[in-house]
Design a protein around this ligand. Structure first.
Ligand SMILES: C[S@@+](CC[C@H](N)C(=O)[O-])C[C@H]1O[C@@H](n2cnc3c(N)ncnc32)[C@H](O)[C@@H]1O
Length: 271
């Protein structure tokens, strides 16, 4: 009986030559940079990066692929292959004094959101990232307020980075072909917490409450999350009372957060 098997560890390897060059080229001149590649696989992108960057750290979870690449790049002193789970990788462990890192990866799609969160946690060490992910996820990450795809993933990402949507590839660019189209995004890290006057942990928790139920108004989501009528009476005049979370800019969100926090004293008071 024939059976379609999902590749393990999200292993859909890039076979489109033009595409691998476009990804490798998407962060510009790398000659002075340290690049971290997530999931190098058989080395489709690694091979190009190895000749272009000062230092390349390739993180591969699959033991046999990591061994294959270690052997293949054994004569490239600027390439280091580390067999590890990217989600357990400490970016600080490889950054040199005062250095920022660039990240490239045709991601294992099954952990895209987790990888993004892991990168956000390391944001002060990162300059830019070029990441291939499922098109629908990329559309959500890069969406602007007021469009259908805008949500928690967009708001969270855009607190950490400016996002550019670079290009989209069909399933045929990969072997085996995935069921979905794929898009490459470029993230330029520039966290906005200080500029917007919010603390990262509290504001992240606030965003989760705001976007808890997409069909509810923001006011209703916050009421359900435990904000009292007295707290919600602090609603800023600049924010429409019937607004949904996905309609508000990050500036408006942070204004609302600040008004509620000033009233409640401590964001823990509303948990
Ligand atoms: C979509 S493939 C990309 C492979 C290669 N870069 C290419 O473009 O052909 C994803 C790669 O990530 C690796 N991978 C999966 N989970 C991982 C993890 N948690 N940490 C590091 N690498 C992982 C897979 O083994 C696979 O090589």
């Amino acid at each position: 009986m024939s059976q379609i098997r999902k590749p393990k560890l999200g292993q859909n390897f890039l076979v489109d030559d033009d595409a691998r060059h476009r990804i490798a080229g998407s962060l510009g001149d790398l000659s002075t940079r340290t690049i971290v590649e997530i999931g190098p696989g058989h080395g489709a992108i690694t091979e190009i990066l190895a000749t272009r960057c000062r230092r390349l750290i390739a993180l591969e979870l699959d033991r046999s692929l990591a061994a294959e690449l270690t052997f293949r790049f054994r004569e490239n002193p600027n390439v280091q292959v580390i067999e590890t789970d990217v989600l357990k990788f400490d970016f600080a462990s490889i950054a040199e004094e005062g250095e920022t890192l660039d990240v490239i990866g045709n991601l294992p799609y099954y952990i895209t959101s987790d990888i993004l969160l892991h990168l956000f946690a390391a944001a002060p060490l990162l300059r830019r990232a070029a990441l291939m992910m499922q098109r629908e996820v990329a559309d959500r990450v890069s969406a602007h307020p007021g469009v259908r795809d805008y949500g928690l993933l967009s708001a969270s990402t855009q607190m950490y980075a400016q996002v550019d949507n670079l290009f989209t590839l069909p399933p045929a660019a990969f072997n085996p072909p995935p069921d979905v189209f794929s898009t490459v995004l470029r993230l330029s890290f520039a966290p906005r917490f200080t500029e917007l006057g919010v603390d990262p942990i509290g504001f992240d928790r606030f965003l989760r409450k705001c976007f808890a139920q997409k069909r509810k108004t923001l006011h209703n989501n916050l009421r359900v999350a435990g904000y009292s009528p007295e707290a919600l009476a602090q609603w800023p005049a600049t924010i429409p009372p019937q607004a949904r979370a996905e309609q508000l800019s990050l500036e408006q969100m942070s204004t609302l957060y600040g008004a509620l926090l000033a009233f409640c004293g401590d964001e823990n008071a509303v948990d």
